[in-house]
Ligand binder design. Structure first.
Ligand code: ATP
Length: 291
């Protein structure tokens, strides 16, 4: 049964794509190994990890661009995919309009290019030269190109690169809205831990292998994740610590949101307004595991 037929029949959505213990071996080494991931319709799954940790490689195995040397990659029959690659092989010295960019990989139904460009907010740039676009406009044009055929699965490799901070959140909001409208699944690769952690359903943290995986709050609280990202992890973690307005220090004392340190904390002492996490023997750095 095709995906569309399954949806019409109201059948439980099968995974759009699944990697099982997948690994890719090149030039005498494993680029990545042991990757398990599943993306279902309506779900945003995010791959995070340092440079060279195998994020793009894993996405390419999921897409079928690279074939795993061990493990397996499964895609739903008839799956349609929209892909925003991290790098585009474009000759920037040649003229290329946005309209032409939309059709580089094949013809589009009448109106589809306009509709997609409209959805991503850059329809007015249809005749513009791609090389003249700002970072944000370019990413929106690439996103339009990826959604123009209304894919079942969107694979977005660093979709906010070259976009400033305020533009980033607008773009992530747009991506979430598109997920809801198209009902597609999204496999997202991102460096923006802070934003990603609040925008995704499931996080897979890679470092040549799966270092940790789960709901964003669980991954953010894991020691492996914090070791990998250090200070940046703490910033991302702040998203999940909004209920925590104090920290239990290793020596048993309590540091409050206003910076003051007391021997104990009491619900009525005015320092905090919500419940708090008592972490047995927890230090400042692993307290988040108790969110
Ligand atoms: N086709 C290939 N042949 C050989 N090595 C490759 C190939 N593709 C990627 N690599 C290497 O595999 C490793 C993982 O690359 P990958 O692009 O998956 O990392 P990434 O996590 O997406 O990194 P980044 O955040 O820098 O984009 C890197 O060391 C890269 O140089």
């Amino acid at each position: 049964m095709t995906l569309a037929a399954a949806a019409r029949a109201g059948a439980a959505a099968p995974p759009l794509v699944r990697l099982e213990n997948a690994g890719l071996y090149r030039d005498g080494r494993w680029l990545v190994r042991g990757v398990d991931l599943t993306v279902a319709r309506g779900e945003i799954v995010t791959l995070i990890g340092p440079n060279g940790s195998g994020k793009s490689t894993s996405a390419k195995m999921a897409l079928g661009i690279e074939r795993p040397d061990e493990g397996a990659a499964h895609r739903a029959p008839g799956l349609t995919v929209g892909y925003v690659p991290q790098k585009l092989a474009i000759d920037w010295t040649l003229p290329l309009t946005v309209d032409r960019l939309m059709r580089l990989t094949g013809p589009l139904p009448a109106g589809a290019a306009h509709e997609a460009l409209e959805r991503t907010g850059v329809a007015h740039l249809v005749g513009a030269e791609v090389r003249h676009l700002s970072g944000g406009e370019f990413q929106r044009a690439l996103l339009a190109r990826a959604i123009a055929r209304k894919p079942d699965l969107l694979v977005l490799d660093e979709p906010v690169q070259g976009v400033d901070f305020s533009g980033e959140s607008a773009l992530y909001e747009l991506i979430s809205a598109i997920r809801a409208e198209l009902g597609c699944g999204i496999l997202l690769i991102s460096h923006d831990l802070h934003v990603v952690m609040s925008a995704t359903d499931h996080v897979i943290c890679l470092n040549g292998h799966v270092c940790c995986t789960g709901a964003p709050s669980a991954v953010a609280g894991s020691a492996a994740y914090r070791q990998l990202f250090g200070g940046r992890a703490n910033a991302a973690l702040a998203v999940y610590e909004h209920r925590h307005d104090h920290v239990h220090l290793a020596d048993g004392r309590v540091r409050h949101a206003d910076g003051s340190i007391t021997d104990h904390c009491h619900p009525g002492d005015g320092h905090h307004h919500h419940g708090h996490a008592h972490a047995e023997g927890a230090t400042e750095t692993d307290e988040a595991g108790h969110v």
